[in-house]
Write a protein that binds this ligand. Structure first.
Ligand SMILES: [Zn+2]
Length: 264
């Protein structure tokens, strides 16, 4: 039973009987790791304070192959992201990012870039002015790293370059301005020839599509200088949450919470 040590972030935690907890970590080299922390709810436990959701630390556990749950032996806190915890909006979004990683990644599938994205996003979350915009940045970058990035430049059906056009039959577009048509089912934008292939496709402003391309490649500190309109926010939220729901096939509870509490 080898003892393993790895940097890790707590992405989920829930009780197991009276005094134990099951904790899911995300790690750079082992992907998602699920452990049991025995006796952690006892007042005598040295670990109880350090295993808070979103904490970044050095995880120690005994690894057993073919076991769903590993046995936690230690967790040394590196960073607790206190700047997020004192703000209800920021901690709520922080929990959403953790839930998203938990929903889309699988155990044992290493992806150091996802680990780094999560750390950088939490560091940046305490200082960004436009928190929902940072959420869109996290979503598009995370989807790309997880292998689900939407196609934004070429038609997801025929691969032709996509330009904005005026769809005659799309009821959602009343403005009379050229739009970009996006299909969740096809995994990206559709050209003028193919847009009728998905009756559930929706239209977004060309500017929203351009903004999404910018967010996908932007360094996080640059996001502080990007200004998004109300329409950009609404369309990118719809596009990315529809896309995420399609790929996870489950409701992300913290996103529903954000919609019902923070966006009303
Ligand atoms: Zn096409």
């Amino acid at each position: 039973m080898p003892a393993l040590k790895t940097p890790a972030i707590v992405i989920r935690t829930y009780p197991l009987r009276d005094s134990h907890r099951i904790i899911t970590f995300y790690t750079p080299e082992l992907g998602k790791v699920k452990v049991v922390a025995y006796g952690v709810k006892s007042p005598k436990s040295k670990l109880s304070g350090s295993l808070e959701l979103l904490n970044h630390g050095m995880l120690l556990f005994n690894y057993r192959e073919n076991r769903d749950l590993q046995n936690l032996t230690g967790f040394d806190l590196i960073e607790g992201f206190d700047g997020i915890r004192s703000d209800f909006t920021r901690i709520t979004y922080g929990c959403y990012f953790a839930e998203l990683v938990d929903a889309i990644t699988i155990e044992g599938d290493a992806n150091p870039e996802i680990f780094n994205l999560l750390i950088y996003t939490y560091q940046f979350l305490s200082e960004i002015d436009d928190v929902p915009l940072l959420a869109r940045v996290f979503e598009i970058k995370f989807l790309e790293l997880a292998g689900f990035s939407p196609q934004l430049t070429h038609c997801a059906n025929c691969s032709a370059q996509v330009n904005a056009f005026l769809p005659q039959k799309l009821k959602s577009n009343h403005s009379g301005s050229p739009v970009i048509v996006f299909s969740v089912g096809h995994g990206g934008v559709l050209c003028i020839e193919c847009h009728h292939r998905d009756t559930n496709a929706f239209s977004i402003a060309p500017g929203s599509c351009e903004l999404l391309k910018t967010l996908r490649s932007a360094d996080l500190p640059k996001v502080q200088r990007i200004r998004a309109s109300t329409r950009n926010h609404r369309e990118l939220k719809l596009l990315l949450s529809s896309f995420i729901q399609y790929h996870t096939e489950r409701n992300i509870k913290s996103l529903k919470f954000i919609e019902s509490v923070l966006e009303t």
